[in-house]
Design a protein around this ligand. Structure first.
Ligand code: ACO
Length: 325
C-alpha cells in the first residue's frame, strides 16, 4: 500500500510585527490580558495592500520546493487551505500555480478555516495513496488581517498573517501519514462567522458599513467546543493506533489559544516539552499554524518519530492526523 510522506516544509511570515503593546494603542486591551488569556505576545501583519494570501502561499511553496531541490513543473496537484482567498474565485491555489510556474499541476482551494491544513493534508495524501498524483503541494495560508475589525478587541488580538507549505510524495520506507480522522458540525448559531461577502449577504455598501465582512465570534462558545473537540479527536487517533503517551514524540496543535493547547496535551497525557507552541510569536494564523510549527521544529524532528497533528476551527471543523516522520 502506498503511503504519503512529507518530504519538505516551507514557510512565509511578513516582517512587520504587531505586539500586544501596539494593540493597547488601538483598542481597550492590555498585554497582561492577552498573554494570560491567549498566550499571544505578538503577531505578523502583511501590510502591503498589493500582497494577499497567494503571495504568502507562493513564497512558502517555493521555499519547500527549494529545500527539496524540486522544480515546480514536477508538482501534480496544489491544495491551498484558506479562508482569506485573494478572491472568492479564481481559487488562490490557481494563482499560486501560476506564480511558481507549476504548469503540470491542477489546483484548488479547501475551506475548513483553522482545520484547513489538516483537511488539505488528508486530501493530498489520498491522491498519493491512490497513485493519482506523485508530488503534491499542500499549503495553509491566511491573511487574517484582511478580515479583522481593528476596533473589536475580542477578535483583532487573536490573529496574524502567515503561510506554511509541505510537499507530499510517496514514502520509500513506510513512514508517513498513517491515519486521519475529521469531524464537522455545521455552525448554524453563527459562533464563528464572516457574515458578508458570500452569496448569502453579497458585499454591498450596507454590509460593509455594518462591518459584516469582518470575523465575528462567540469566543466562549468556540473555546468550549475547541477544547473538547481537539482533545477528543486527538485521544481517538491515539487509541485506535495503540499509541501510548510515551510513544508520541510531538503534538502539533492548531495555535488558537494556549489554554486550548494545554488542555489538549493534558488530556492526551503529554508533557509540555512534547508540544509545539509558537502562538506567542505569530498568534492564530488560521490554516498556517500547523505547517508553521513543522517549519519551526523541522531540525528537531527525527526519522520515524510518532507525531500527532490536531486542529479545531470554524465550520465547525476539527480533526487529527497521525504520522511518522
Ligand atoms: N482585552 C481586554 N479585555 C477583553 C478583551 C481584550 N482583548 N477581550 C475581551 N475582554 C473582556 C470581555 O469583555 C469580558 O469582560 P466582562 O467579563 O466584563 O464581560 C472579559 O474580558 C472576559 O471575556 P471572555 O470572552 O469570557 O474571555 P475568555 O477567557 O473566554 O477569552 C478568548 C476570550 C481569548 C477569545 C477565548 O474565548 C478564546 O480563545 N476562544 C477561542 C476562540 C478562538 O480562538 N477562535 C479563533 C478561531 S477558532 C479556533 O481556532 C479555535
Amino acid at each position: 500500500v502506498k503511503r504519503a510522506k512529507i518530504t519538505a516544509v516551507g514557510h512565509y511570515l511578513p516582517d512587520e510585527r504587531i505586539t500586544n503593546h501596539d494593540l493597547e494603542k488601538m483598542v481597550d486591551t492590555n498585554d497582561e490580558w492577552i498573554r494570560t488569556r491567549t498566550g499571544i505576545e505578538e503577531r505578523r501583519i502583511l501590510r502591503d495592500p498589493e500582497k494577499a494570501t497567494s503571495y504568502m502561499a507562493a513564497k512558502a511553496a517555493q521555499e519547500a520546493l527549494d529545500e527539496r531541490g524540486m522544480k515546480a513543473e514536477e508538482i501534480d496537484l496544489i491544495i491551498v487551505g484558506t479562508v482569506t482567498p485573494d478572491y472568492l474565485f479564481p481559487a488562490t491555489a490557481c494563482l499560486v500555480q501560476k506564480e511558481i510556474g507549476a504548469e503540470n499541476a491542477f489546483a484548488f482551494d479547501l475551506s475548513a478555516a483553522c482545520s484547513g491544513f489538516l483537511y488539505a493534508l488528508t486530501t493530498g495524501s489520498m491522491y498519493i495513496e491512490s497513485g493519482r498524483a506523485k508530488k503534491v503541494l499542500v499549503i495553509g495560508a491566511d491573511k487574517m488581517s484582511s478580515i479583522l475589525d481593528f476596533t473589536d478587541r475580542t477578535t483583532c488580538i487573536l490573529f496574524g498573517d502567515g503561510a506554511g507549505a509541505v510537499i507530499l510524495e510517496e514514502s520509500e520506507d513506510g513512514t508517513g501519514i498513517i491515519d486521519h480522522k475529521h469531524y464537522t458540525d455545521g455552525d448554524t448559531n453563527c459562533s464563528l462567522y464572516q457574515h458578508a461577502g458570500g452569496s448569502k449577504n453579497p458585499a454591498t455598501k450596507e454590509t460593509v458599513e455594518a462591518k459584516q465582512h469582518y470575523v465575528r465570534q462567540d469566543g466562549r462558545a468556540v473555546f468550549k467546543k475547541a477544547t473538547m473537540g481537539m482533545a477528543d479527536v486527538s485521544l481517538e487517533i491515539m487509541e485506535r493506533n495503540d499509541l501510548e503517551p510515551d510513544e508520541v514524540a510531538w503534538l502539533v496543535p492548531h495555535q488558537a489559544n494556549l489554554r486550548i493547547i494545554d488542555a489538549t496535551a493534558r488530556r492526551m497525557g503529554l508533557s509540555s516539552e512534547k508540544v509545539m507552541i509558537n502562538i506567542n510569536k505569530y498568534g492564530n494564523t488560521t490554516a498556517a499554524t500547523i505547517p508553521l510549527c513543522l517549519y519551526d521544529w523541522k531540525d528537531q524532528l527525527n526519522h520515524g518519530e510518532n507525531i500527532v497533528l490536531s486542529a479545531f476551527g470554524g465550520g465547525f471543523t476539527w480533526g487529527a492526523i497521525y504520522l511518522t516522520w
